[in-house]
Design a protein around this ligand. Structure first.
Ligand code: XMP
Length: 531
């Protein structure tokens, strides 16, 4: 869903001193650095390394962190920063490539290491300063991932730690408050990484530790009030974590001037529509329009079997329904000016990323762009947050754990778990099977440890026998995966007892299904959803 891009109103942080700025040189770990910094309750933002220096200083950062990256400082077109970065008196932490670049720019030397160091390593700490506060004389387990290494350090720098392959595993110029580490303190394998980042942020930088869910909520509600003023807002509420928390924040800010639209597209899991309405209208008193558009979606999908075209149809019909509801509000004199969206920080970073977007495998079109005539301005109260932070804010606002720890559910819903034509009868079989799997996975205490667990209706009928009768019914596939972000996934090693119970319950209780399979494909090369 998109509205006009100007004035999303959520850009500034909440600290008087501004965010710690993380300059991204393309490391796979950059977002992890940001999350680790925020776990110390210090607000930080990721910016591309190409951001002009005056714009960085305009943010008033108490410190700058240079991320790792795949390049070599001597490589052609290697990303760099304006050396004036080091003249401002602001503390700088360079991680891996960031450390090499800092040493390179300040007069040290970087060379190709004889042996790439990748994986666990142990550093010997010579000076317990900076990041390595109170670790003097100790051996510390860290995570390395580098080809180049620093060969000589700039004037003013000293060695803080060494490793067998890196004579300069950690370096420091404590006077200027510059610190460099060849290893990755942000990665879980660096066991005392959190202590190291805390030592830097708290002891060296003295950054304010006021990034808490409560502070975020208070500051955001205030900003939303300012942004929306006396106008009205509309929000497509799906019952997922992001739209729910976004709607709650905006509701606290403007009350009934927010209208939430919940569209039942006929592709939801059993009981979902009723739950969403009961919770938001009943318990939280949000102004909620419940649109029963089941027939509209299913009629539009009739006869369609192509996965991408199904997604497009669902996106298009959603826009039509949403637009109609917005117009109806206008006709009642409550015309919405703002569209509330649950955009998260990773999407924001991706769109300004230094690397550029990766190839699209599935269109993931929940909703396309809104029609031009709607001209809604965006209100994106979560655009500074990572997913785990959204859950914390949701908790602080009293949303139930059940909702906050829901597994992701795709916008096109059960349609992409029903390969081939989506019919009411196939959806009924899928839903009946899905309820059983869901209940059993929860009863086994595994729901929250799985990224997703769901059923797929395989559009193939096979022969079975029930009592003395021959049956000829559909196959249900169970899909259960573990993953940390949905980008890669492994099939979950569910206990046989659980699989046995689910299978026997589905075959016995679900009319129209006589066979259950377990999908043992990982992503890649398979995807999580079947379509
Ligand atoms: P795949 O199937 O690409 O899914 O491995 C990765 C994650 O994305 C979800 N998914 C979607 N979410 N609209 C969505 O909102 C879509 O069209 C869509 N397709 C896949 C999927 O559930 C998994 O979490």
């Amino acid at each position: 869903m998109s509205g006009t891009k100007e004035d999303t109103g959520m850009e500034s942080g909440m600290n008087e001193s501004g965010p710690v700025v993380i300059l991204d040189f393309g490391s796979q770990y950059t977002q992890l650095i940001a999350r680790r910094v925020r776990e110390q309750h210090v607000y930080c933002e990721i910016h591309p390394c190409t951001k002009p220096l005056d714009e960085i200083w305009a943010l008033r950062p108490p410190a700058v962190i240079l991320s790792g990256g795949p390049a070599s400082v001597y490589g052609e077109g290697a990303p760099t920063v304006d050396p004036a970065l080091f003249e401002r008196g602001v503390p700088v932490l360079g991680i891996c490539y960031g450390m090499q670049l800092m040493c390179h720019l300040l007069g040290g030397k970087v060379e190709r290491a004889d042996e790439r160091e990748y994986g666990p390593a142990t550093i010997s700490v010579e000076r317990g300063e900076g990041l390595l506060l109170e670790m003097g004389g100790e051996d510390v387990d860290v995570w390395m991932s580098h080809g180049d290494r620093v060969a000589s350090i700039p004037d003013g720098f000293e060695v803080s730690a060494t490793s067998p392959n890196s004579p300069f595993a950690a370096v420091a110029d404590p006077g200027r408050r510059f610190f460099g580490v060849q290893f990755h303190p942000e990665v879980g394998h660096t066991k005392r990484g959190a202590d190291m980042l805390r030592a830097f942020l708290v002891n060296v930088v003295g950054a304010p530790a006021n990034w808490t869910p409560e502070n975020f909520a208070t500051a955001t509600i205030r900003k939303v009030k300012e942004q929306i003023g006396d106008a009205n807002a509309i929000c497509g509420l799906s019952g997922g974590v992001d739209s729910s928390v976004a709607a709650m924040l905006v509701h606290r800010a403007i009350g009934d001037r927010l209208t939430c639209v919940f569209v039942d597209n006929g592709l939801l899991r059993a009981g979902e529509a009723e739950e969403v309405v009961a919770m938001f209208r009943g318990r939280f008193d949000l102004k909620l329009i419940h649109v029963d558009a089941r027939d509209e979606f299913l009629n539009a999908l009739a006869g369609e079997t192509d996965p991408e075209r199904k997604r497009k149809i669902i996106g298009r019909v959603f826009i039509e329904v949403f637009d109609r509801e917005a117009r109806a509000l206008g006709e009642r004199g409550e015309e919405p000016t703002f569209l509330v969206q649950g955009t998260l920080y990773p999407d924001v970073i991706e769109s300004v990323s230094f690397k550029g977007p990766s190839a699209t495998i599935k269109s993931h079109h929940n909703v396309g762009g809104l029609p031009d005539h709607m001209k809604l301005k965006l209100c994106e109260p979560l655009r500074l947050l990572f997913k785990d932070e959204v859950r914390e804010v949701g908790t602080a606002m009293g949303l139930p754990r059940d909702l906050l720890w829901r597994q992701p559910f795709p916008g096109p819903g059960l349609a992409i778990r029903c390969p081939g034509e989506v019919t009411r009868e196939r959806l009924r079989i899928l839903r009946d099977a899905d309820v059983i799997l869901d209940a059993e996975v929860r009863a086994a205490g595994l729901y929250e440890s799985l990224w997703q667990s769901f059923c797929v209706l395989v559009p193939v009928r096979t022969v079975g026998v029930m009592g003395d009768e021959r049956t000829y019914d559909y196959v249900i596939a169970i899909r259960a995966v573990t993953s940390s972000d949905g980008m890669t996934a492994d099939w979950a090693r569910l206990p046989y007892e659980l699989l046995a119970k689910v299978s026997s319950r589905i075959i016995n209780e679900v009319r129209g299904c006589n066979r259950v399979c377990y999908d043992i494909s990982s992503k890649p090369p398979a995807t999580i959803e079947w379509e």
